[in-house]
Design a protein around this ligand. Structure first.
Ligand SMILES: [Zn+2]
Length: 378
């Protein structure tokens, strides 16, 4: 993590001297000298011909070459595959989106597609493939990032797929696999920063409910890498039966399916967008369903804030994306539901990276893994 922190300080403050980096990180001059040496050897940091103008000895300034290395960030979803080549500033230099259908959505086919698409994308954009240091993959479901296994993904119908090792073999680069919300939160935390000192919680509401927490640039995983699975937190022990067999789980209140089931008691509604339009058209019952969902979202935010004390909450997911008005409604409810000591302690925003968040976060995770392993490809 020290290497990450030093790289991040050079990235943010460039051009910057070793002495300033030492001051910024609180690390000794000796430690900074050694880490900067490693980063220079790895081609990520370079000495400029500028010198610091402060008093004392003239010092060589450091800069980073944002295109010295790149990582690939991949999003796998039920029906699409997104591939991005991401630089050290967290910007996508090249990207491609591919449809996944019945014929090409098996794990072996996806491995083939990613391996050829990454090389092709680099080629088309004049990016030297030798600059690629790793691949990060984000997908929905329970992942084991240590082994690179997709333990279970209902959306893709996968269980115990040893995905990262298969892709590593095919593409010849280190591959890290993680849950989509976790890498999304990593992408959104401090937006461009590789490391950073923020406490970010991401809450996603749509076909499912989930959250992910990033503390100082690191994904908080818990003991079993399922920290943040709030969909099955209990809201009411006497509530509606959930698919998990318990009653009154959060997801029985605010997922798309829960809202549409409720609407169905009045009339069949095909989508949450349609429900929203019915509300705008003046249907009181539709308003009541949306309004109640916003109430439960505000309660969820309070629960997350009480548990993790984040400085930033990023709201994402298809329900939040229907209309900016949804988040405004939620904000209105927060006044009522946030416990007083937490009022004003966090910023509540929508996703800053939008559609690119999973690609950028997955690429960031691959970069973190690379830097953590001592700038060496496995
Ligand atoms: Zn449940």
């Amino acid at each position: 993590m020290n290497r990450l922190l030093v790289l991040e300080m050079v990235r943010q403050h460039r051009p910057v001297s070793r002495a300033e980096v030492s001051k910024l990180t609180g690390m000794s001059a000796t430690a900074i000298g050694r880490i900067v040496g490693d980063l220079i050897d790895g081609g990520l940091v370079r000495e400029t011909d500028q010198y610091s103008t402060g008093v004392g000895r003239r010092a060589t300034m450091l800069d980073i070459d944002v295109h010295s290395i790149m990582s690939a960030g991949i999003e796998i979803d039920r029906n699409r595959l997104k591939i991005g080549l991401v630089d050290l500033d967290g910007r996508i230099a090249a990207q491609r989106e591919l449809e996944l259908g019945r014929s090409n959505s098996r794990p072996e086919a996806i491995v083939e597609t990613i391996a050829s698409a990454v090389r092709k994308l680099a080629d088309e954009h004049g990016i030297d493939a030798s600059k690629l240091i790793g691949v990060g993959v984000g997908m929905p479901g329970v992942m084991n990032p240590e082994e690179g296994t997709a333990v279970f993904s209902a959306q893709l119908g996968w269980s115990n797929v040893s995905f990262a090792p298969a892709l590593r073999e095919k593409i010849g680069l280190p591959v890290v696999l993680d849950n989509d919300l976790k890498v999304k939160a990593l992408g959104e935390s401090g937006t461009a920063s590789i490391s950073g000192d923020s406490k970010t919680a991401l809450i996603s509401i749509g076909s499912g409910v989930g959250s992910a927490i990033v503390i100082d640039g690191k994904i908080f995983r818990g003991a079993n890498n399922i920290a943040g699975e709030i969909g099955h937190s209990t809201i009411d022990p006497n509530g509606k039966l959930c698919e998990c067999g318990k009653r009154g789980c959060l997801q029985t209140y605010i997922t798309d399916l829960a809202l549409l089931q409720e609407a169905g008691q009045i009339k069949p509604v095909g989508s949450v967008e349609e429900l929203y339009r019915l509300m705008q058209g003046g249907e009181t019952w539709a308003f009541n369903i949306i309004d109640r969902a916003c109430t439960y979202i505000a309660i969820t935010i309070n629960n997350v804030v009480c548990t993790y004390n984040p400085d930033t909450i990023v709201m994402a997911g298809s329900f939040i994306d229907i209309d900016p008005d949804i988040l405004e409604r939620v904000k209105g409810k927060l006044k009522e539901f946030i416990w007083e000591p937490f009022v004003g302690t966090f910023k509540l925003t929508r996703s800053q990276l939008g559609e690119q968040a999973i690609m950028i976060g997955a690429a960031k995770l691959a970069l973190q893994r690379y830097l953590g392993n001592g700038l060496q490809q496995q």
